[in-house]
Ligand binder design. Sequence first.
Ligand SMILES: Cc1ncc(COP(=O)(O)O)c(C=O)c1O
Length: 433
Amino acid sequence: MTRSLHVSRALYSDAQRYLAGGVSSDARRVAGVPLYVDRAEGARLWDVDGNSYLDYVLGQGPALLGHCPPAVVEAITAQAARGMVYSAQHAAEVRVAERICAMVPSAERVRFNTVGSEAVHAALRLARGYTGRSRILKFEGHYHGWLDPVLYSVHPAVDAAGPADSPIAVPGTAGQQPGHADDLIICPWNDLDALTRLMDRHAGQIAAVITEPVLCNTGAIRPDPGYLEAMRRLCDEHGILLIFDEIITGFRLAPGGAQEYLGVMPDLSVFGKAMAGGMQVSALAGRAAVMDHISTGKIAHAGTFNSQPVGIAAAEATLRVLDERREEVYGTLYARGSALMEGLRAAADKAGVPMLVDGPGPVFQTYFTGAPAVRDYRGFAATDRAMMAGLHAALLDRGVNIVPRGLWFLSTAHTEADIAATVDAFADALGAL
Ligand SMILES: Cc1ncc(COP(=O)(O)O)c(C=O)c1O
């Protein structure tokens, strides 16, 4: 089964002449031809060749209500006619900040940015400024954006990453400013002994621990029972701020994000992706006692496009739906997620393929492995990622778009019929592999 990709191929060939590497983000570089999307609506994408896809990438997570939800389209269209950029304060940002404080358990104050990497940057600066310490503890396999200070040990080659219980900081790219590694402490995730040891060893030096509360950039891995609670306690004992990077989990796992889903409170959290239904808005939120240090003017936070009114209009419309129709929204996300996971498991069993399908539901991962669970980066790295790449390509050929590393995002626009069609395409793809 092969799609016709004539127009996409021609575009890609032109793109090589004008876009460096032919793409605008390295995440879109794939073997073969990248997806050239013509339009998107609900749970579907159409490419420039007229092929249609059930979409489980959803813009890498943002389209939680599906593509082009009417309430969001209406809100941004109305706002665009009233002004697209003010670089000044306006009423809607106050309403959205208030809504975030009501929805997110640990949020007492908010600052807006444009993308996730920027909000992470703001969180780390605030943590350093607040504590007067310079080091950040980060976990192997976790992604916090593409900026120099945190682009370490995301998916390092295991043979260059040091021992599993005390990994070294492996830079993510050439050209990264040297020196940031000295400020980072890399810890294996879901390993409480390692965390305790590293905090003791670097007592008095660590400003913040930053974690994805459910790891979604290396599989879709929940924390072991009690792990985040212990992390919270250790941070308190050492005077360290706990930062939850909720760029993926925020508003996806629950109206209050992973902190509500897991019942553990961070000091600071960062949000992006799902909060604005597809527009680019991110936010740093946290305890007033910490966040108010921004307003003293000692800790700088700025941005021309912060609280840009069209993005804020999208966030307001999105969060209103997530908050006021929470039962329906999260009921649908979890129901569709579990139905799809069940269907994929059954298809893999029937095909005799050792596969693990795991995750909370609104986001989950398929791994080629005979292991009963994947708990951290080293476990993820031991799965068959070449097979996963093959499955990704085979699914695309059958009209199903997933994140190439095997991650699936659900939206409220996915129907029961979409799930059934996806399971059929999956079974067929496995057969072809
Ligand atoms: C957990 C997490 N943090 C931060 C980021 C960076 O966000 P952005 O790509 O909007 O800069 C991402 C992006 O995928 C992410 O998944």
